[in-house]
Every structure is written in structure tokens, then in C-alpha cells.
Design a binder for this molecule. Structure first.
Ligand SMILES: Cc1cc2nc3c(=O)[nH]c(=O)nc-3n(C[C@H](O)[C@H](O)[C@H](O)COP(=O)(O)OP(=O)(O)OC[C@H]3O[C@@H](n4cnc5c(N)ncnc54)[C@H](O)[C@@H]3O)c2cc1C
Length: 378
């Protein structure tokens, strides 16, 4: 029997892995991306992403992250490259509001995530380069850390092509997408491409591609990321001495230590203004820079006044509940929409790819939590 031909549109964290797993399930797969895997406009752009099991009450993400972690490591071995850095992840719980951290513990126990609960004095002894003022306690995940972002997307596409997949840098023309895909796709080079099935994993572009079905259900927001230079000859802020950290206070700030030529990264998880992923200018805001600088001097006193050595502007593709969208198009059985990473999707890439390939090939439904039906007002 000839194998099913499936076109995956978007080679970011969601689409690349989905294409790879579809291929492994026996489909003939064509993967398309307008600007390439991990390109500077995509939500999977940049160098690093946090890999963690602490997820508060928002589940099943802890379990999904543990599955993804296994798959990330399996592929590091298979492709003989480093995609994950095991620095540990430290969550600082602020006095007053630690519900998120408390709610994280039992899902982590159930999923088998190794963690320690630490008092602020334990943490101060271990990481004297951090000022733990107003932190009551913390969760330390020694086996977590950070993932390579752009490099990993490129490694996935390379692995996909090596295993027999077909990749093309081409855009699907968005015009009248809701109805026209039934007769195949129109591509940016003027050609047409028809297949048995389609997976649209177009991140922050999904709302524009599917104006009726998705529209505002995926709202891209501007997220500024800052990189600071560490003191010369001082490795206290490098991955050998400092874990990935998250500080859950009035705002949720997080960072990734320096190392391998990268500088000290800090970002604010608070949703920024709406942003156009195609035409938006990627300049970080001065206001955010001031706030981040003040915070840096407070929490990491030896970094006070450190020079800003780079900025990056990315976008989250937020759903109203921050849960992913993994579902068939309501009017087309053979069209899947996969996205809505909402600022936390990257780590789950391999677990999502594995799941979507199973759903699409075995004609199964996604978990109700990810279906579009949840947004329908009855
Ligand atoms: C600043 C920032 C920090 C983050 N931190 C973390 C973190 O620490 N941990 C974590 O797990 N997640 C994190 N995330 C979230 C995570 O990176 C995203 O959820 C994830 O990368 C989304 O992947 P995607 O494949 O859905 O989208 P994308 O990476 O945007 O991929 C979509 C692809 O589709 C292509 N495309 C779009 N339209 C078309 C078209 N018409 N034709 C062809 N191709 C098209 C694009 O070129 C793009 O490559 C962060 C995100 C940002 C922005």
C-alpha cells in the first residue's frame, strides 16, 4: 500500500518533531518552513530554553516534560550532539504567595522528577552569589537545566532529512486558508502541493492563517530578553556554578547562566504588548531594560551595573488558558492544528511530535484539554 503523504507546515519546536515522528510511523512527509528551522522571527528562535518539571497546578505538563526529557536525551545520543545542559533548575518561592510551588510538588513526585525542597538559608549556603532576600524556600531540580533552541530545531530537521523526510524552505500562501487547503496548498514559488493530510504548526502565525478557526485564540505578545556581561575571570554566574533560576514574585522572572560564549540571560515572563511576528521590529523596550537592571543588581549583587551585551525580542503565542492547541480542523478530518505554546512549549517538542504523529496516523483524538472545543461557548 502506498504510504500516506503528509505535509507539515512550520519547522519550529512543534512542527519539526511532528514531521520526524510522522516519518517514523511510516508516512511520506514533506516539511515546509517560510524562513527555516529556528529562524529569528519564530518562537523557537534564539539560543536557549528552560527545561523544568515545576509546573504548578497546570497539568499534564510535568508528566509531558519528563517524557520529552527522555526523548531529548535519546536524540542527543542518536545524533551525537548536545541539545540539553544539565545545570539544575532553582525555583525561588517568595514569602506570601507560594501556591504555585506547593502545587508543583505532588505532580513532580508522581512523574518521578528528582527535586529537593530547600530553605532560604540552605540556598544561600549553596549559591552565595544570589541574594535570597524575601525568598522563603525553593525547589531545586538537579536533573533539569536548559535546551539549545535554534540549534535543536536545526538538528531535528537534519535528522528528519537523514531518515528520508523532504524539507523545503517555502511558505504556504495564507490566502483563504480556511477553505482552500482541501484542494492542496499554494506555495510561495507559485507551485501547488496536495497531500493526504496536513499539520499546521505555524506558531504565532496560526491566528492569521486560520482567521475563523483560530483568530484571537492565539495572541502573539512581544517578549524582551536581556543578556548581561559577567565580571572578568569570575565564573559564579556561569553554568558550572549557577543553575537556571526562576523567581516567582510579583512578576515571574527567570534566567539562564552564562557559558559556552553565551552571556547571562534574564527575561520577564509577564505578557508584553501584541506583536506581529512577520513585520514587528525587534527592539527591546527601555522600560523593561530599566526594570531588569534594577532586579539584576538586587538579586545578583555582584552583577550590579553589569553591561548589557545583547537583547533579543521573541514572541509568545498565547492561548486564553495557556494550554496548547492540538486538534483537527473542525471542518477537515485530515488537517491538524498544533500550537499555542504560550511561552512554555519548547521543552515539550519531542513529546508533542510523538503524540501528534500517533493521533494523525491512528485517527485518534487529542486529549480534551488541547481540543478547540474547550473555547466554544455553549
Ligand atoms: C522569549 C521566549 C522564551 C521562552 N522560553 C521558554 C522556555 O524557557 N521553555 C520552554 O519550554 N518554552 C519557552 N518558550 C516558548 C517556546 O519557545 C514556544 O512555545 C515554541 O518554540 C513554539 O514553537 P512552534 O513550533 O509552535 O512555533 P515557531 O517556533 O514559531 O515555529 C513556527 C514555524 O512556522 C513557520 N511558518 C509560519 N507561517 C508559515 C507559512 N505560511 N508557511 C511556511 N512556514 C510558516 C515559521 O517560519 C516558524 O519557523 C519561550 C518563548 C519565547 C519567545
Amino acid at each position: 500500500m502506498p504510504s500516506k503523504h503528509i505535509v507539515v507546515i512550520g519547522a519550529g519546536a512543534f512542527g519539526g518533531w511532528t514531521a520526524l515522528y510522522l516519518l517514523r510511523r511510516g508516512a511520506r512527509v514533506t516539511l515546509l518552513d517560510a524562513w527555516g528551522p529556528g529562524n529569528a522571527r519564530s518562537s523557537s528562535s534564539g539560543e536557549t530554553r528552560v527545561m523544568r518539571g515545576t509546573y504548578g497546578p497546570a497539568q499534564p505538563y510535568t508528566k509531558m516534560a519528563t517524557r520529552a526529557m527522555r526523548l531529548w536525551k535519546e536524540h542527543e545520543r542518536r545524533w551525537n550532539c548536545q541539545l540539553f545542559h544539565r545545570t539544575g533548575v532553582l525555583w525561588m518561592a517568595t514569602a506570601g504567595d507560594d501556591q504555585y510551588e506547593r502545587a508543583s510538588l505532588s505532580p513532580m513526585r508522581e512523574a518521578g522528577v528528582h527535586f529537593e525542597e530547600l530553605s532560604s538559608s540552605d540556598m544561600a549556603k549553596r549559591w552565595p552569589q544570589i541574594n535570597f532576600e524575601d525568598v522563603r524556600w525553593g525547589i531545586y531540580e538537579p536533573d533539569s537545566g536548559f535546551l539549545c533552541a535554534r540549534n535543536a530545531c536545526q538538528a531535528v530537521v537534519k535528522g528528519f532529512v537523514h531518515e528520508g523526510g523532504e524539507y523545503e524552505q517555502l511558505a504556504v500562501v495564507a490566502h483563504q486558508m480556511e477553505s482552500k487547503y482541501r484542494d492542496g496548498l499554494t506555495l510561495s514559488d507559485g507551485s501547488r502541493l496536495a497531500a493526504d493530510g496536513y499539520v499546521f504548526a505555524c506558531g504565532p502565525w496560526l491566528g492569521k492563517l486560520f482567521a475563523n478557526t483560530i483568530g484571537d485564540l492565539i495572541r502573539p505578545t512581544k517578549q524582551d530578553v536581556f543578556f548581561f556581561g559577567t565580571p572578568a575571570g569570575d565564573d559564579r554566574f556561569s553554568e558550572s556554578k549557577l543553575p537556571v533560576w526562576a523567581d516567582h514574585r510579583d512578576r515571574f522572572l527567570y534566567g539562564i547562566p552564562a557559558g559556552g560564549g553565551r552571556s547571562f540571560k534574564i527575561a520577564d515572563d509577564t505578557r508584553g504588548p501584541e506583536f506581529d511576528p512577520t513585520s514587528g521590529e525587534r527592539t527591546a523596550s527601555a522600560e523593561a531594560r530599566t526594570m531588569i537592571r534594577d532586579y539584576l543588581g538586587f538579586r545578583f549583587p555582584a552583577m550590579k551595573g553589569a553591561p548589557l551585551v545583547g537583547t533579543q525580542v521573541c514572541q509568545y503565542e498565547n492561548t486564553p488558558d495557556d494550554d496548547f492547541i492540538i486538534d483537527r480542523h473542525p471542518q477537515a478530518e485530515n488537517v491538524w492544528i498544533v500550537g499555542g505554546g504560550s511561552g512554555h512549549g519548547f521543552k515539550h517538542g519531542p513529546a508533542i511530535g510523538e503524540m501528534v504523529a500517533e493521533f494523525a496516523m491512528e485517527r485518534k483524538d487529542a486529549d480534551a484539554k488541547f481540543q478547540l472545543r474547550r473555547f466554544r461557548k455553549t
